[in-house]
Design a binder for this molecule. Structure first.
Ligand SMILES: Nc1ncnc2c1ncn2[C@@H]1O[C@H](COP(=O)(O)OP(=O)(O)O)[C@@H](O)[C@H]1O
Ligand SMILES: O=P(O)(O)O[C@H]1O[C@H](CO)[C@@H](O[C@H]2O[C@H](CO)[C@@H](O)[C@H](O)[C@H]2O)[C@H](O)[C@H]1O
Length: 482
């Protein structure tokens, strides 16, 4: 196929700008180029072009970002793909390929023909190199279906066997999600879905990438019996609200046992990560850098959400205290842990999505960090679950104020109970004073990150992390109306 013409760029801008996975929401941008990573199909059947689309922001911050956009090209309009329509390119009707079953079957077949014996060998489709990392025989007749919970990337399930995650924002270099799944699968870690394969671009490395590979997708075991930790936690809060005169430990849907099991799953995963990746003891200069990083993120966040300024001065000493700690060991961690990254299966809790915070530079996401950062991410998530349900119940202005008050109290109680159960099981011993300082600092750092995330993606939820910032800063709750 010829390259995408420049007059298709406005269609790409419209499509990317409204996609859930687009990390630049709220910032005016332009599509400044589209490079063909590869092509699949075309012999009379479905035809797919995989484009790496360059996005440049009008504010000039952050340089060019690359987004993977696989496009399905159709001669006739496809009614069932209307929701995935991108635009017209000459006489072609162009759709987001991840929604197109026939297009996705091409990916699965390419994975199916990749040899498994040599992990470095692969099947090359035009420009694309498919790798297999496990002997699992793939069912090539399995139907593809998009996972509706589309988040930072797009995930497609093949039957009940495999799940392919198509990375959207791509950066030249090792993809942390593929890397960690590969290592943990080989190490026999029980708390992740096994890696089956991955997809690289074979063509010339893009300018400025230092010759690095670009990794486009990951194929892994589909956890058929999984329930999302975020859904389960909220169901437990709802259950508590239904009996608002009872305490969290008195109702049937109590979650504390699951929170404790989740703490153990995280601790066990951290142990394997520490065995398989380098660990390091931070010296004073490195600790200072960690503290400075938190402060710098706070300063940048105040520019995005000025309401944070009211708490900035109280947060600074909390971050500065990190520089005064001694003997902090760092290792590879999850990096963006929250309840939405946990799945409860019949075989226990699994952790997903080891990509780290999507907004962080790739190099930073590969660095060893303190395990308490992951713990803090989960603590924030317990708070979110309680607060989100509280809003579901009490967004009605006619709700009686004493009932609202009571439920708010129960929400806090639920959050505290589950946070405590999680930390106690994770640590398996008393948490030291130094660890408590770290936890509070990482929790505040995460809440600051969430303020930016919500301001850009879900402005109606910004009060959830902002209230947490206020609590951690020891100040009065925010009075900002939503
Ligand atoms: N191996 C799996 N089996 C079943 N469901 C999964 C699996 N991996 C992820 N999921 C589901 O897909 C959703 C998105 O996956 P995730 O890795 O978090 O993607 P993203 O990077 O887009 O946030 C998760 O919330 C989870 O519910
Ligand atoms: O799952 P992603 O890697 O895309 O993570 C991003 O999106 C998350 C929301 O989906 C966001 O998580 C925040 O909201 C969650 C509830 O939806 C809550 O449980 C988390 O605690 C909260 O941080 C995450 O921060 C962001 O990186």
């Amino acid at each position: 196929m010829p390259p995408i013409p420049a007059d298709f760029h406005p269609d790409l801008e419209r499509f990317i700008g409204t996609a859930r996975w687009f990390g630049g929401k709220g910032r005016p941008f332009r599509v400044t180029g589209a490079r063909r990573a590869g092509e699949l199909g075309g012999d009379g059947g479905a035809q797919v072009v995989v484009e790496l689309v360059s996005v440049t922001y009008d504010d000039g911050v952050g340089g060019v970002e690359l987004y993977q956009v696989p496009l399905s090209l159709r001669r006739e309009p496809e009614e069932r793909l209307e929701h995935a329509f991108v635009g017209r390119w000459d006489d072609l009707h162009v759709y987001d390929a991840v929604h197109d079953r026939e297009a996705m079957a091409l990916w699965l077949r390419a994975f199916g023909s990749a040899p498994t014996a040599e992990p470095t060998a692969g099947t090359a489709a035009d420009g694309l190199l498919f790798h297999r990392s496990a002997d699992e025989e793939l069912d090539l007749t399995a139907q593809a279906a998009m996972l509706s919970a589309e988040q930072s990337n797009s995930s497609v399930v093949f039957g009940e066997q495999a799940l392919m995650k198509v990375f959207r924002k791509v950066t030249p270099g090792v993809n942390p999600d593929i890397q960690v799944h590969d290592v943990l699968t080989r190490a026999g870690c029980d708390h992740v879905a096994a890696l089956y394969g991955w997809l690289d671009v074979t063509g010339e490395a893009p300018e400025g990438s230092g010759g690095s590979v670009i990794q486009l997708a990951m194929l892994q075991q589909f956890l058929r019996t999984a329930s999302d930790g975020w859904e389960l936690a909220r169901a437990s809060v709802r259950n508590l609200f239904a009996e608002a005169d009872l305490h969290a430990d008195e109702v049937g849907g109590d979650f504390a046992g699951e929170s404790a099991r989740l703490g153990i799953a995280l601790a066990e995963t951290h142990v394997v990560l520490a065995e398989e990746f380098p660990t390091e003891q931070l010296d004073q200069a490195a600790l200072q850098q960690v503290a400075d990083g938190m402060t710098a993120r706070l300063d940048a966040a105040v520019d995005v959400l000025p309401e944070l300024a009211a708490y900035a001065e109280q947060l600074r000493p909390l971050f500065a205290a990190v520089a005064g700690l001694e003997g902090l060991t760092v290792q590879r961690i999850h990096g963006d842990l929250h309840l939405g990254q946990t799945l409860r299966t019949v075989k226990g809790w699994k952790l997903v999505d080891f990509e780290g915070e999507p907004a962080r530079p790739l190099a930073d996401r590969l660095l060893p960090e303190s395990v308490w950062r992951d713990v803090a991410g989960m603590l924030r998530s317990f708070d979110y679950a309680a607060q989100v349900v509280h809003r579901e119940f009490d967004s009605d202005p006619r709700a009686e104020s004493d009932v609202v008050e009571q439920r708010l109290h129960r929400a806090d109680e639920w959050s505290e109970r589950n946070r405590d159960a999680f930390v106690a099981a994770y640590a398996g011993r008393e948490v030291t004073a130094a660890e408590r300082v770290l936890l509070a600092a990482f929790e505040a750092d995460k809440a600051v990150y969430e303020c930016v995330y919500e301001a850009r993606n879900r402005p109606g939820w910004v009060m959830i992390p902002l209230s947490a910032v206020a609590r951690l800063a020891g100040g009065a709750p925010p009075a900002v109306a939503e």
